[in-house]
Design a protein around this ligand. Structure first.
Ligand code: EBD
Length: 404
């Protein structure tokens, strides 16, 4: 399809749905049918490198995932000289992010019953992806959209810009993701697997249920340290009113060893998700549904402590200095570890190589944070409201923008 996109679609005026460094998402209408879509405009050249193949990868994954209702549908693709346009299903409800950070007890925040229904849908999507050897690697509330918001609709998983194929013959190691949601193995430059997504699902469940980001520190180093030390509190006020099965669910996922985490399939059979229709506050089904998950809670509790009020004295934020150039500001918090990926290679080449400088630099950063002293405690806290929020789209291919 080489006809210009604008022959067939009108771009609706008004706010962008999302924006990243190399992509803009806008609402549009197909002229022939009057149907609404979201058009994702993606630049093919980024930092002087041809990144067309990465966009093609994203398209391929979306095509593969056409069979799943839980993944945003790809309608058409247009290729122009310098950009490609992915015409995607329009999800009118937007990101679940806003309901996650809404004040608890208020109208806008999800109830536990709602979270269960949405989490089940998210797991259905992730189970589909994993069954097809796709790992998403950037699961977070900004990448889970709703078909409508009142009443709350169904979920659609979006943004496959960081996704990868995994298979048993080839090891995949990379450093990427969104700090609050990355699994410990990413920080350690250890192999990535479907379990890497399951960690993010654990973080997602925590955030959806409480509005608190469990590993968020005052800066990335602290966040990474909280993750690698499994500094997470299961005694926050926000967790106390929850079904205990909800805690067990999160604890089955927030485990350091990937092989110990529950799979998407196991999660779907977890007691917490068995009685979707039940009233909020009612006790959950018996443990019989997935006995293999029951030990998780006790096994990990030894590692956990409640979070202190203190946050460490302000240290210099030495990150992101390399990211001065081009285009709009991008939400800092959502950025991937720019500081650790400064060399000039395309990230497709970062698989399997040993003793990568990335690994060393990242390990050094985590060690440096540890060395500042106060770090044996959890420093998790709420979302940073003070930071500007720009449309919700993190940069597409965040690693790429530094490496590509
Ligand atoms: N906010 C966003 N998307 C919306 C709306 C509000 N509808 C979409 N934010 C958003 C978040 C992540 C990405 C893009 C936009 N319907 N369909 C889409 C958006 C497809 C995914 C990242 C673009 C109402 C991506 N891709």
């Amino acid at each position: 399809m080489n006809e210009p996109f604008t022959d067939h679609y009108s771009i609706l005026p008004g706010r962008e749905l999302g924006r990243g460094k190399f992509a803009v998402v806008r609402k549009c209408v197909e002229k022939r049918t009057g149907r609404e879509y979201a058009a994702k405009f993606m630049r093919k050249r980024r930092k002087g490198q041809d990144c067309r193949s990465e966009i093609v990868h994203e398209v391929a994954v979306l095509e593969l995932a056409r069979a799943s209702e839980r993944v945003v549908n790809l309608h058409q693709v247009y290729e122009m000289a310098s950009e490609m346009v992915l015409v995607l299903e329009f999800a009118a409800g937007g990101e679940i992010y806003f309901q996650c950070v809404a004040e608890r007890g208020e109208e806008e925040a999800f109830s536990e019953t709602e979270v269960k229904r949405l989490m089940r849908q998210i797991l259905e999507g992730v189970e589909f992806l994993h069954r097809n050897n796709v790992v998403h690697l950037d699961l977070k509330p900004q990448n889970i959209l709703l078909t409508r918001d009142a009443p709350v609709g169904d979920i659609k998983i979006v943004d496959f810009g960081l996704s990868r194929m995994v298979n048993s013959h080839k090891e995949l190691r990379e450093i990427m993701g969104t700090p609050e949601y990355v699994a410990p193995e990413i920080l350690n430059y250890e192999p990535i697997s479907t379990a890497t997504d399951m960690w993010s699902i654990g973080v997602l469940a925590y955030v959806m249920l409480t509005g608190v980001s469990p590993f968020l520190g005052d800066n990335k180093q602290e966040t990474f340290l909280n993750i690698s030390q499994l500094n997470v509190s299961y005694t926050e006020d926000e967790l106390l009113h929850l079904d205990r099965a909800a805690l067990a669910f999160m604890q089955a996922l927030l485990r350091k060893k990937p092989q110990e985490r529950a799979t998407a399939e196991q999660c779907l059979r977890h007691p917490w998700l068995q009685q979707i229709q039940e009233e909020a506050g009612q006790p959950s089904a018996s443990a019989a549904a997935a006995p293999e998950l029951q030990e998780a809670a006790s096994a990990s509790s030894a590692l956990l402590h409640s979070s202190p009020e203190e946050s460490p004295a302000a240290r210099e934020e030495n990150e992101d200095v390399e990211d001065e150039e081009e285009e709009e500001e991008v939400h800092e918090e959502l950025m991937v570890m720019a500081a650790y990926t400064l060399h000039g290679q395309c990230r497709h080449t970062t698989t399997t190589t040993t003793s990568s400088s990335e690994k060393e630099v990242l390990a050094a950063a985590v060690a440096a944070a540890a060395a500042t002293g106060q770090q044996q405690k959890a420093v998790s806290k709420r979302f940073k409201f003070e930071e500007p929020f720009i449309g919700g789209l993190q940069e597409i291919l965040p690693t790429g923008e530094f490496i590509c």
